[in-house]
Design a protein around this ligand. Structure first.
Ligand code: FAD
Ligand code: DHB
Length: 405
């Protein structure tokens, strides 16, 4: 690798956003360099989201990275909601004209995208930390990224554009002058303790439970591995949650029939996820485009984070493809607005699910009763259930010209 390189699009971050963008651009014949601060082992092992919206899964199939997901992913045609001891199934197929979601771990999507890039003979720069982003200098007109390579050597890439796909804590958003951004930020007063356990899922479908002791979610990664989340305090340490406490708390929060079915297997992963809603707008500054968590965070209730990241880069890839094929900047100029319309609607849904399902210590009896009324409305009204199902399987992708699939 020489000390200074040139490419069309420098992609910062190899999460779902960066890797999907790199793959889409390769299909459109556009050269990219992907820089990732962590090692390949680390990002392939990082446990995060697990639900793919209908169209996210379709996109991954269409662009040739869905073969293993087709074999190993679990198709879910509904979810269960629980309030106290009342349970209700939301039937996606019936309510959305046959749509479903796929339960398949985020790190599996990441592994499939990495494998596809390597199979295409293209490199990925792991353990290369981006240290500076300049959205407008460099030769040509262009932009510049500096990074420290895996041997500690400082290097520079000159690029026509930079895609900031570096997650919430990466350097891309920070490279935009604060005065250029509108920030919307809301922190929820609770967190999730998430675990993976060798334990057969107690239910064929996900169960989202609102209980007086707090929210619980039963999900899965396979027929033998359960993914479980419990509402906890924001500053809690997973060490204060020994396995016994987790299983007994889960039994208490699940409706009587389900709690009895739980098989207490070994817990092999524990972590705390804070709950936040965040949007910065616009998602662009000069030649730097933000995508995924770099620009927005949703609370995880409803599993939208990874789906939004992939939806963003679908729009961005089309915009770059148009620019490099026809010299037209119209889709690049529209990128932020095109994405934000769907992002705000998804924020709305994630906040709705979060408020519906969690215990708020500050709620008075009136607010608690309103929460119950919201649940009763959902289980009694087809229109309300359709709205939930339509959002859960995923709102339509943005209308945008062009195609890179
Ligand atoms: P990321 O996946 O964060 O990828 C960004 C990449 O950029 C990372 O690989 C990072 O290492 C890299 N990077 C950062 N800084 C630099 C740098 N300086 N140089 C080079 N590379 C850099 N969503 C759900 O729907 N359900 C969940 O249960 C859920 N759980 C989550 C748990 C945690 C702890 C977190 C953090 C997120 C969770 N999410 C969940 C959200 C979901 O995983 C994200 O929305 C998704 O990862 C977004 O993808 P992304 O590619 O935008 O960002
Ligand atoms: C999972 C995560 C979520 O945030 C959610 O709403 C459903 C499932 C999961 O990790 O399986």
């Amino acid at each position: 690798m020489s000390a200074s390189e040139r490419t069309r699009v420098a992609i910062v971050g190899a999460g779902p956003a960066g890797l999907t963008l790199a793959h889409l651009l390769h299909r459109a014949g556009i050269e990219t360099i992907v820089l990732e601060s962590r090692s390949r082992d680390y990002i392939e092992g990082r446990v995060r989201a697990g639900v793919l919206e209908h169209q996210t899964a379709q996109l991954l199939y269409e662009i040739g990275v869905g073969a293993r997901m087709r074999r190993e992913g679990l198709i879910h045609r509904g979810i269960e909601l629980q309030f106290g001891d009342t349970r209700h199934r939301i039937d996606f197929e019936d309510l959305t004209n046959g749509k479903s979601v796929v339960v398949y771990g985020q790190q599996e999507v990441v592994k499939d995208l990495i494998a596809a890039r390597l199979a295409d003979g293209l490199g990925l720069h792991f353990s290369c930390e981006v240290t500076a982003i300049d959205p407008e200098t460099g030769s040509a007109p262009g932009s510049r990224v500096r990074y420290r390579d895996d041997g500690g050597v400082e290097r520079t890439i000159e690029a026509d554009f930079i895609a900031g796909c570096d997650g919430f804590h990466g350097p891309a958003r920070a490279a935009i002058p604060a005065a250029e951004l509108n920030v919307y930020d809301h922190v929820f007063p609770f967190a999730w303790l998430g675990i993976l356990a060798t334990s057969p899922p107690v239910s064929e479908e996900l169960i989202y439970a609102n209980h007086e002791r707090g929210f619980a979610l039963i999900s899965m990664r396979s027929r033998t591995v359960s993914r479980i989340y419990l509402q906890c305090g924001v500053d809690e340490d997973p060490a204060t949650w020994p396995d016994d406490r987790i299983w007994s708390e889960l039994r208490l929060r699940l409706a009587a029939g389900v709690g009895k079915e739980i098989v207490e297997g070994p817990i092999f992963q524990k972590g705390i996820t804070p709950m936040r809603s965040y949007i910065c707008a616009p998602m662009r500054y000069r030649r730097l485009f933000l995508a995924g968590d770099a620009a927005h965070i949703v609370p995880p209730t409803g599993a939208k984070g990874m789906n939004l990241a992939i939806a963003d880069v679908r729009v961005l890839a089309r915009a770059f493809a148009r620019y490099f094929a026809a010299g037209s900047i119209d889709l690049l100029d529209a990128y932020s607005e095109t994405c934000l319309d769907r992002i705000w609607k998804t924020q709305r849904f994630s906040a709705f699910m979060t408020r519906l399902l969690h215990r708020y210590d500050t709620y008075d009896p009136f607010e608690r009763r309103l929460q119950r009324a919201e649940f009763d409305y959902l289980i009694g009204s087809r229109a309300a259930a359709e709205s939930l199902a339509e959002n859960y399987v995923g709102l339509p992708f943005a209308e945008t010209a062009g195609s890179v699939t």
